[in-house]
Design a protein around this ligand. Structure first.
Ligand SMILES: Nc1ncnc2c1ncn2[C@@H]1O[C@H](COP(=O)(O)OP(=O)(O)OP(=O)(O)O)[C@@H](O)[C@H]1O
Ligand SMILES: [Mg+2]
Length: 366
């Protein structure tokens, strides 16, 4: 499934370090700005303890998690929207993503170069936001010219696009991102907005890259949390450097020992991956057969046929019914047969809205 989250931020703030930890890749993450030029992408497995619980009941030959893609993008600097630091190219890379993980430097370290010399999360966030907003402003102004020509003929769609583009330009002129408008738009206007391919309409979460001991009493982190709260955005505090070190350990045992020695319960990466998944408004359903127990990703609100299409488009085309057992029932009644006996096994039709954790089997006909 093609959902991805772009790792975005100023140069040298720890983006590639996080990417390496997430994907166990070994791309260059050196202490100098613009170390990354070409975007790197990697597919990351979604940690989900429910898979093991299902496997313990079904005892399948294999267990397959679902995944999402992360893309490590080059650092942006002030002036990027005018082409500074290869800015236009990097902005084009961001345009390809579905959501943005904005990495903000929240650690002090004299040895790690900061492009503005000091650590100041508020300023750094504003630099990135401003570049994305300026790029969107320019793009909307261009689109407005084109649409205005079409609207002269009285074309309804063009008139609606024109009104929305004007609203967006006004918002950008105030230095605000398009995502602030999202809650106020109906589905028709959301469709129009999607068609404009903007950067600031993408959902954003903040990755506060802290020092090893920077989770508590860290004014930089507090600043990010304050800004995020104003925007209704999520903050994930992580020490990217430690995560990269943990990812290099071979066994799960070594990892948990290392985490314990640092006083941490869970790898920060799992929190990043889960937050990215939620940011994209994704949820998981399962298939549980003796051959394989597997997690699949669908958008929240997907219907049963849409969920079926994730496995194969034929499943959607020839969709007849979906056999469904909720995850909790599946566990409580120890599998499909138990759930059936307890009256918790359902046959659902094409309008059924999939719930997170549903264990599903599709009946189809091609
Ligand atoms: N939490 C941290 N504490 C201390 N040092 C860190 C931390 N996170 C990353 N670093 C260091 O910061 C430097 C830059 O990291 P990295 O290359 O990942 O940045 P980047 O954002 O990808 O940069 P670029 O935009 O140039 O590609 C590296 O030397 C890395 O080890
Ligand atoms: Mg990099």
């Amino acid at each position: 499934m093609g959902f991805n989250c772009g790792i975005v931020g100023l140069p040298n703030v720890g983006k590639s370090t996080l990417f390496n930890a997430l994907t166990r890749a070994a791309i260059a993450a050196e202490n100098f700005p613009f170390c990354t030029i070409e975007p790197n992408s990697g597919v990351v497995a979604m940690p989900d303890p429910r898979l093991n619980a299902l496997a313990a009941i079904v005892k399948p030959e294999r267990v397959i998690p679902t995944s999402m893609e992360f893309v490590d993008i080059a650092g942006l600097v002030a002036g990027a929207s005018k082409g500074e630091g290869l800015g236009n190219k990097f902005l084009a890379n961001i345009r390809e993503t579905d959501a943005i993980a904005h990495v903000v430097r929240c650690f002090d370290d004299e040895n790690v170069i900061h492009v503005s010399a000091t650590v100041d999360p508020q300023r750094d966030i504003e630099v990135i936001d401003l570049e994305l907003i300026l790029a969107d402003l320019e793009s909307c102004e261009k689109q407005l010219q084109r649409v205005t020509r079409n609207a002269k003929g009285g074309d309804k769609e063009a008139l609606a696009q024109k009104a929305l583009l004007e609203q967006l330009c006004a918002l950008f002129a105030e230095g605000k991102p398009a995502r602030l408008l999202l809650d106020k738009l109906d589905s028709e206007h959301k469709r129009l907005l999607d068609g404009f391919h903007l950067l600031t309409s993408k959902p954003v979460m903040y990755i506060a890259n802290v020092a090893e001991d920077g989770f508590d009493n860290n004014p930089h982190l507090e600043q990010v949390c304050r800004i995020a709260a104003e925007q209704n955005a999520v903050v994930v505090p992580v020490c990217n450097k430690i995560e990269a070190e943990i990812a290099e350990l071979d066994s799960a045992e070594e990892k948990s020992l290392f985490l314990e020695s640092l006083g941490l319960e869970e790898a920060g990466l799992d929190r990043v991956i889960r937050a990215g998944y939620r940011l994209l408004n994704l949820q998981t359903y399962f298939t549980a057969g003796v051959k394989e127990v597997r997690a699949w990703t669908v958008k929240v609100g997907a219907t049963a046929p849409q969920a079926a299409a994730v496995i194969h488009t034929d499943f959607e085309k020839g969709f007849i019914r979906a056999e469904v057992v909720g995850y909790d029932d599946f566990i409580r009644y120890k599998g499909e047969n138990g759930a059936k006996e307890a009256g918790k096994w359902r046959l659902e039709g094409k309008d059924y809205i999939v719930k997170d954790g549903d264990v599903m089997h599709f009946r189809f006909n091609v």
